[in-house]
Structure formats: structure tokens, C-alpha cells
Ligand binder design. Sequence first.
Ligand code: SAM
Length: 217
Amino acid sequence: MPDPLQNPNRERFDMIASGWDASPRRQELAAAVAEAIAVSVPLQPHWQALEYGCGTGLVGARLAPLLHRLLATDISPGMLSVLAEKARDAGLRNVETRPLDLTRDPPPADRFDLVFSSMTLHHIPDVPALFRVFNGMIQPGGWIAVADLDAEDGTFHDAGVQGVAHHGFDRAVVAEWLRDAGFADIAVRAAHTVEKTRGNGLKRRYPVFLATARRDA
Ligand SMILES: C[S@@+](CC[C@H](N)C(=O)[O-])C[C@H]1O[C@@H](n2cnc3c(N)ncnc32)[C@H](O)[C@@H]1O
């Protein structure tokens, strides 16, 4: 009997975890987002970072070598175990994985120099509330970096996919939510464009933004 309180994202991502990294499209997107973060945020080797909705770590594993410690969190134990195995194989000893759903769970007690997230916001119904939680998890003067789809027409995900709360975002609205949550120095830039061939054989392009900001010192 399925748990009615269970987030559909957990079950869906658990099911697709083992094949997630096989997609060149996902690899390219993650490489572009990691590069955009590394260019936009002055990463430091002593920094403690948290990734929210890390999946199999396609973004986080690229940034971990530039950081002291990465706490990689996700709602899906299946995605996290793929990342844990990859980190072990790659000798990435500064990556720790932890199940976390900030729409239900309390935030970790630690404070971070950076919280980042890629392609997870569109699964979160109340993004302004999540930004307020992120703000409380970041050291004064620390950074947030979030990447997701620009507003789209609902065709990015196949019809019937559960757990999609937003068809992308208006960049100005994301900036306003960040400001309201207590962030300053807000910048939003293009990070990548995902190309998908839809059912009718037509290619569709879905731009992805990266928003960065700092917690007020
Ligand atoms: C589209 S995937 C992106 C994964 C990874 N960031 C990447 O770029 O490959 C979205 C991820 O968000 C996670 N997720 C969905 N809802 C979540 C929630 N409420 N809390 C934490 N993670 C969540 C999913 O399990 C999944 O790993």
C-alpha cells in the first residue's frame, strides 16, 4: 500500500537512479551548471558546502575537489547510493551523502559557506519558504547558487510525470524571492540550454539559469 504522505519524487527518482548518469544530456547540463557556479562563486578550499537535491552528484562531484567538504543531500536514497558508490570509486573522501527533504525535515545544525542546487527547485511547491530555510543554513556573507529551468510551456517533462511543481521560473521572480529571503548581491545568468526531441520529432530548447546571491553579512 503506497504511503499517501510519501513524496512522489522519492519513488520516481529511486526507480530511475541506476540509469541517471547514462544520459549525455544530463551530463552536459551538470557540467555547464558546475562551470557556471565555479565562475560565479569564489569557491575556497576551506569551504563547507551543502548540495540540495544532489541526485547522483553530477554537479556536486565536479565541485567537491574545489571544497573542503560537501554534504550531498536528496530525498531519494536510490540517487544518494549511486553517488556514494561513485564518490568511493573516485576517492572523493570529502563527500558525505544524507537523505534530506527540507519541505518536511528540520535543516542540519551545521552552517555552510555555500548551498547549491541544480534542477531541483521545480520539484518544490513553496520555493520562497525553501529559500528562507537555505538562508538560515548559510553563514553570514556565505553564498547560494541555484540553477533551474526558465519558464517553459510544460513540455520539458513527459506527460503524466508526478512531482513537478513548476514549469520553470521567471528569473525576476526568483531574484525577488531571494531578496525577500534575506539575500543580497543577487545575479541571474544563463547557464545552459537543454535540447530535447519531443514526440512529434521537433527539437525543443529549454534554457537554464543560474541565480547566485550572498546572505547578508
Ligand atoms: C532533476 S533531478 C536533478 C538531480 C541533480 N541535481 C542533477 O543535476 O543531476 C531532481 C532531484 O531532486 C530530488 N528531489 C525532489 N524533490 C526533493 C525534495 N523535496 N527534497 C530534496 N530533494 C528532492 C530528486 O530526488 C532528484 O534527485
